[in-house]
Design a protein around this ligand. Structure first.
Ligand code: FAD
Length: 550
């Protein structure tokens, strides 16, 4: 069997390596138009920032090492220009010599990835405007920074934009971040991104939300970015990080089917509409694990796994790539944030019903130094309690909670199951009741009717007809309280319960949701029924309303 693979990074190299392990005698040719194969594109921002000092550390393999270890015929600077499906050949160009040639295949794998989006904006060709995808992009950006740049504009507040902003700050540049949406890191829900945003500002990055780059100009060798809000920013360089689109040119010109989102359409076995052609990675459209809608989810883990699945099927096995749930995590200076599964926004978009809870447990035992509250949001099905999504933001223990939630979603678990998980605990790492267990307890309480939640977004319209009851201490109340709230500290609530109205709704809240839960239970058992407690307490209230954390 002869296999040709187009694209030699995550999906392509995973496919090549897996095919070799399954078929020692296959001819495997990898054609990569770039200068490198199997490089660590996820590490690129950190070399610019000087965190990864050694550039070679990003170059995981070379054609020579791949020949030696796996007998792969890897050709860098070879671009595939077209596919002749009836003849089962690709037309390739050796970019170094301009030699053109045909390469035959029995099976073809398209792992062409995605390309950074370059909106059609005036002045985009300015030499100081960069994208970041390949090693060469990184080299160009780093050369400008090493050459003494003192300021940078990052356009796009997604994962890559935020990573670049941080790494430019690491190098001492003045950084401005511009994002069209009203929040950073759009895969997260807005209130969950808020604390990350504050932290980025605290680290000296100037953030402009709700505005976009409209055009670029040169001002004395610097790049000036005119924003849609009529302001102009000027810096030594600008990075365009406004997302990627699947690189489907080759597939399209070969007449392969594309999906509704514009990615290459593949079966669950990663086969395209041509039975001899497989595709994997950022170029393909996947099924979203939770919403089941066709989606583009460009992440390294899925790309690697899809490459492996394509390889298995191409070698005659029956392996399924079920779906992608979009598990992602990002370092934001000293903080970490990320999520898995559906967000509230994505569920609203498809009209899928959900319930949500917020909680703020410590990253590890509060009495052991070095922890602060996490911000956790869990989204689940109102009928079954099936886990639909989770987002976690904080300082310590964020990534492991995201991964537990990710595993639970993949296993189809419910919030009841989360209560049962037995997770590793010692004071430096967690709590005897881990935040994931706690999320299960809170969500199960909601489903069982042990507690009814109200949400920060219910203020002020829905709450206007009732009484907002603050059960924190008078000191906390004096420092900040929800406008109009009445303060009865939890310790005094039993004695004052009879004074509370029974004919009006009572909206209880505290700082994180624990005292308000106790208050809820004690009032409920005294016969008050029009009662609810604020999900996530005043901490989540601040994140939703953008008020200052107290
Ligand atoms: P790619 O890595 O894009 O590789 C496709 C290759 O195909 C390219 O090298 C291209 O040159 C080649 N090619 C395309 N067309 C042709 C052709 N006609 N002929 C020959 N060759 C061709 N993901 C995460 O999960 N976590 C992270 O932290 C993370 N950080 C990232 C940081 C950065 C700066 C970037 C750029 C990406 C990051 N990603 C991250 C995304 C992740 O890198 C991608 O999802 C992954 O690389 C996709 O792999 P792929 O093989 O599908 O595509």
């Amino acid at each position: 069997m002869k296999v040709v693979i187009v694209g030699g990074v995550a999906a392509g190299m995973s496919a090549a390596a897996r095919i070799r392990r399954l078929d020692e005698f296959a001819d495997i040719v990898v054609l990569e138009r770039g200068n490198h194969v199997s490089f660590a594109n996820c590490g690129l921002p950190y070399h610019v920032g000087g965190v990864i000092k050694d550039r070679d550390a990003l170059l995981l393999q070379t054609p020579q090492s791949l020949k030696a270890s796996m007998n792969l015929d890897v050709r860098i600077r070879h671009e595939v220009a077209s596919i002749d499906r009836p003849r089962r050949t690709v037309h390739a160009v050796d970019l170094a010599t301009r030699r053109e040639y045909e390469e035959s295949y029995d099976k073809l794998v398209l792992a062409t990835g995605a390309a950074p989006i370059r909106p059609k904006l005036a002045g985009l060709e300015h030499p100081r405007v960069f994208v970041l995808r390949m090693i060469e992009d990184m080299d160009r950006i780093k050369a400008v920074v090493d050459g003494g740049a003192s300021s940078a504009i990052v356009i796009g507040g997604g994962y890559i934009g935020v990573e670049m902003a941080e790494n430019f700050r690491e190098r001492g540049l003045a950084v401005t971040l511009v994002e069209t949406a009203d929040q950073l890191i759009p895969p997260l829900d807005r209130e969950m991104a808020r604390d990350l945003e504050s932290h980025i500002r605290e680290n000296g990055v100037s953030i402009h939300l709700g505005t976009a780059a409209a055009s670029f100009r040169d001002i004395a060798g610097k790049v000036a970015v005119d924003l849609t809000n009529a302001r102009t920013l000027t810096a030594d360089l600008a990075i365009l990080a406004v997302g990627v689109r699947p690189d489907t040119a080759l597939a399209e010109s070969a007449g392969l089917e594309l999906g509704s989102r514009g990615g290459i359409r593949v079966s669950s076995g990663m086969r395209t509409s041509d039975p001899d052609i497989y595709a994997a990675g950022d170029a393909v459209e996947v099924v979203d694990t939770v919403t089941r809608v066709p989606s583009l989810i460009p992440l390294a883990g899925p790309a690697n796994r899809q490459g492996r699945v394509a390889a298995e099927n191409l070698c005659g096995r029956q392996t399924v790539y079920a779906s992608t749930q979009g598990t992602a995590v990002v370092k934001v200076f000293a903080m970490t944030g990320g999520g898995t599964g559906a967000s509230e926004r994505s569920l609203r978009k498809v009209g899928q019903p959900f319930m949500k809870i917020y909680l703020h447990p410590s990253g590890h035992a509060g009495y052991y130094p070095g922890t602060v509250p996490l911000h956790v949001k869990v989204i689940f099905a109102p009928d079954s309690g099936k886990l639909l999504g989770a987002q976690v933001v904080g300082f310590d223990g964020v990534d492991k909670r995201i991964d537990v939630f990710a595993t639970a979603i993949r296993a189809g678990m419910t919030v009841y199951d989360l209560q049962e998980l037995e997770l590793a605990y010692a004071p430096p790492y967690g709590s005897a009741k881990d935040p994931v267990n706690m999320a299960g307890f809170v969500a199960a309480n909601c489903l069982k009717g042990d507690v009814v939640m109200w949400y920060a977004e219910d203020f002020p319209v829905k709450t206007a007809e009732g009484m907002i009851l603050d059960v924190r201490s008078p000191g906390e109340y004096d420092h900040w309280h929800i406008p109009g709230a009445v303060n009865i500290p939890l310790g005094k609530l039993r004695s004052q319960a009879d004074s509370l109205p029974r004919d009006r709704s009572i909206y209880v809240y505290c700082r994180v949701g624990f005292r308000s839960y106790l208050a809820y239970r004690l009032l409920r058992q005294r016969g008050l029924e029009k009662l609810s407690m604020l999900a996530g307490g005043s901490l989540t209230f601040h994140s939703v309303h953008g008020t200052t954390l107290s």
